[in-house]
Design a protein around this ligand. Structure first.
Ligand code: KG4
Ligand code: ZN
Length: 352
């Protein structure tokens, strides 16, 4: 049988993503981002994101179809992110997907955004450069560390269809959010992650010892795989305040490098702890923070030392996108899963 042609829709945050895959082959990954509209607020404004999704949905679907060179009639199934994410933003994607499914009389699959991030690593196709590991050769089980402006989650994935376990997550800010907040403290523009990454290149990561959240011995029982970044952010703020009081100029590069080191260290340490504890010699990185140069470097060095195979999909598939949702949808179709029907809604706190 021919592999299913699946169209995936992603609107959980500020990216309107529409992807098209045939089985595990990537055909299109169209994205419209409302990032620029949020820049002056220093963070994603849910209402603004939802309105932008509404405006961008149809043009992005058109673009994906054109890129994949297919028509809507040829599509075998629709997949859509139903959570977790911003409620109003999710609702736009879910409504669009339902409308398409009804109009085309095609099966509809509601999928989890975080599991979708893992699905991205199955994709094969042209132009998937910048991959760490062999393209599309995801092996299971794997530990997955998904880190963006909206989430910081550690998963154990035994089977993409039905066997994904949440090992831990942030108890306060997401790591990307911490990058954005610290960037603002340092007078760098939004989104702060890439800015800090750049500034840190010229700094000394050992200049200031910032705390590693939830890493003390007392945290090992309950929070071994959980993250916390709000204390780190506060610690940077205090350090900067004190420094300003002395009248000295802020050593932006050193603060950025020391902060980046603290985030990278805690992310990689906890992810590799999970690999070791569970006897899983594979780690997958996903989410926008996977772009961070130090996170990638530290993950590569320590994974190598620990005998863990590290995988990082190309950045276009790490950040939020529709192709990862289509990819997971195709897995559900191929596994013979029952479609979701039309009764489901957006669930901003959907568990894995
Ligand atoms: O996955 P993504 O595009 O969107 C969601 O948040 O869902 O991730 C964006 C986040 C932002 O917080 C941004 O500052 C962060 O990822 N980010 C980075 C880097 N590039 C993007 N953080 C650290 N270093 C980077 N190079
Ligand atoms: Zn995401």
């Amino acid at each position: 049988a021919r592999e299913p042609l699946v169209l995936g829709i992603e609107t959980s945050c500020d990216e309107t993503g529409v992807g098209i895959v045939r089985g595990r082959t990537l055909l299109a990954n169209a994205i419209a981002s409302s990032m620029d509209e949020h820049a002056r607020f220093g963070g994603v404004i849910p209402e603004v994101a939802a309105r932008a999704h509404l405006e961008e949905m149809n043009p992005t679907i058109e673009r994906a179809l054109a890129d994949a060179n297919v028509t809507l009639d040829e599509v075998d199934a629709i997949a859509v992110t139903c959570g977790p994410g911003l409620a109003g933003a999710l609702m736009v994607g879910v409504s669009a997907a339902k409308a398409l499914a009804v109009a085309l009389d095609k099966p509809l699959y509601a999928v989890n955004h975080l599991v979708g991030h893992v699905g991205a690593d199955l994709l094969q196709g042209e132009g998937l450069r910048g991959t760490v590991g062999e393209i599309g050769e995801l092996e299971l089980p794997t530990v997955a560390l998904l880190v963006s402006g909206g989430h910081t989650s550690l998963l154990l994935v035994r089977d993409l269809v039905g066997d994904v376990e949440l090992l831990g997550e942030t108890i306060d800010d997401a790591a990307g959010e911490a990058f954005d907040k610290v960037a603002r403290l340092l007078g760098l523009p939004y989104p702060g992650g890439p800015q800090i990454d750049r500034a840190a290149a010229d700094g000394d990561p050992a200049a200031i010892r910032f705390p590693r959240g939830l890493s003390l011995p007392k945290d090992q029982a309950k929070h071994r795989y959980d993250f916390s970044f709000s204390g780190l952010k506060t610690s940077v703020a205090r350090w900067v305040e004190k420094h300003v009081e002395t009248g000295a100029a802020i050593p932006v590069a050193d603060v950025a490098a020391s902060f980046r080191e603290a985030v990278a260290d805690v992310l990689v340490t906890k992810a590799l702890n999970a690999c070791a504890d569970l006897g899983v010699p594979r780690l997958l990185l996903g989410g926008g923070v996977a772009a961070n140069a130090r996170v990638r470097e530290l993950a590569q060095d320590r994974a190598l030392a620990a005998g863990v195979e590290l995988r990082v999909p190309p950045l276009s598939l790490c950040t939020d996108n529709g192709a990862m949702i289509a990819s997971l949808g195709a897995q559900l179709v191929m596994a013979g899963c029952v479609p979701s029907g039309l009764e489901f809604g957006a669930d901003s706190t959907l568990p894995v």
